[in-house]
Design a binder for this molecule. Structure first.
Ligand code: NAG
Length: 408
């Protein structure tokens, strides 16, 4: 089930002369800890469930082609599949809930909890937008009850396809409108005949740092595995406030950078230039990340981050099948949608994101500290994994594996 990795904090060590004792003492502390219930409210439990679903999906996508970058908005995928689950028979719903990690929530108000969570995440100060909808072929003779129920609950009516090129325009216009024109060309061609039912989801994120970067735009080397470095525009700041830690077991440094709206971006930067990030991927769970953010240390270091402008689209069907939906896919039992057998032939997802130097505050002047003397820096100039996380609820908004920012 949940894989735990003892998080060994090493940044303290870098700042401290009594290296060995301190690290050993902290390690002991972590291992002696009795487990505490981390997620207590219906919202934080649901947020943890959608995040665990997201980490599982990310592992599948990243594992299916280790040489490829990945970018997902898990909460958007959860939202689309949850709309779909409203059409399922009790048994079919149970199977979907297991994959969505809802099966241990026992929340009779699950749909209301999710609706409220989604509404709270989409406020403008977070810079996050998301779209989720179910589309289906007209020939399925869809029950109006289902269309009405989803619309009433989630404010979006499932779309009955016309079966013409008009569908592409309608869907793309809708996704654009939901994402402030940031997710464009969601579909590039019409669904094939016999597409059945298609859950679709999209996400966009462009947050604002709490502390802005004053140096930006310089092209610098970004190292890629097995090839010469590529030039990527970077943003930089000396003695920038972040939270930081190192995990020798995972072979990476971890840094959390605060953004407006109680959102943060968490970077997992492997020590080596490698596309093999499987150790980090395997460690990711809602619980691990929650523990992690509580153990990172506030520090001021020289930070260099790539200026990202990423776009990614994928069919999630194979990954979902591998996550335990293969039986479900052969017999969906979506009897509240239609009496006819319904096939799900594709699960469309598209995500875009940007990072820019802007922030709401200028960095405050800090006198030189030991970190300066030791010249500690955090430079994201090689393949990395990142999360965008809503800190209040713990929801995973985006997750990405970036091997080469110029190819994504
Ligand atoms: C990736 O790294 C893990 C752990 O170090 C190792 O077990 C695995 O074999 C590696 N995978 C590849 C494809 O090299």
């Amino acid at each position: 089930m949940m894989q735990r990795t003892a998080f060994l904090l090493c940044v303290t060590a870098l700042f401290s002369s009594s290296l060995a004792q301190q690290t050993a003492a902290e390690e002991e502390e972590v291992e002696d800890e009795t487990p505490v219930e981390l997620f207590t409210t219906p919202t934080s439990k649901l947020a943890a469930a959608t995040s665990d679903f997201g980490y599982n999906l990310f592992r599948q996508m990243a594992g299916s082609d280790p040489k490829a970058s990945v970018l997902l908005s898990p909460i958007s995928v959860s939202a689309a599949l949850t709309q779909l689950s409203m059409g399922a028979s009790p048994d079919s719903e149970r199977q979907l809930y297991r994959v969505l990690r809802y099966h241990n929530l026992w929340d009779p108000q699950l749909h209301n909890t999710l609706r409220d969570l989604l509404a709270s995440l989409r406020t403008p100060d977070r810079g996050f937008s998301s779209a989720a909808r179910v589309c289906m072929e007209r020939r399925l003779r869809v029950r109006l009850d289902y269309l009405n129920a989803v619309e009433k609950q989630y404010g979006v009516r499932p779309k009955v396809l016309l079966g013409s090129v008009r569908d592409v325009k309608d869907i793309n216009d809708w996704v654009k409108q939901q994402t402030g024109s940031k997710v464009d060309r969601f579909l590039t061609s019409p669904f094939p005949r016999g597409a059945g039912l298609v859950p679709l989801s999209a996400g966009y994120f462009k947050g604002r740092w709490v502390t802005r970067f004053t140096q930006s735009g310089n092209l610098e080397d970004f190292n890629v595995e097995g090839a010469s470095p590529v030039k990527v525009a970077m943003m930089k700041e000396d003695r920038y406030p972040i939270k930081m830690g190192a995990d020798p077991d995972l072979g990476c440094t971890i840094a959390q950078v605060q953004m407006d709206g109680d959102v943060s971006m968490i970077f997992f930067l492997p020590d080596e230039v490698t596309t093999n990030t499987s150790l980090i991927e395997e460690a990711l769970t809602a619980e691990f990340v929650q523990d992690l953010v509580m153990t990172l240390h506030p520090v001021r270091v020289d930070v260099t981050l790539p200026m990202l402008k990423l776009s990614y689209s994928a069919d999630l069907l194979t990954s979902l099948s591998n996550m335990g939906l293969s039986d479900w896919l052969t017999q969906t039992n979506l009897q509240k949608i239609s009496n006819q057998a319904i096939k799900v032939s594709t699960v469309r997802h598209k995500v875009a994101m940007e990072t820019a130097p802007e922030g709401s505050q200028y960095p405050s002047f800090q006198p030189s500290t030991s970190s300066q003397a030791l010249a500690i820096s955090f430079r994201v100039n090689r393949p990395f994994i990142f999360l965008v996380r809503d800190e209040k609820s713990g929801t995973l908004l985006l997750i990405g594996k970036v091997l080469n920012p110029r190819n994504l």
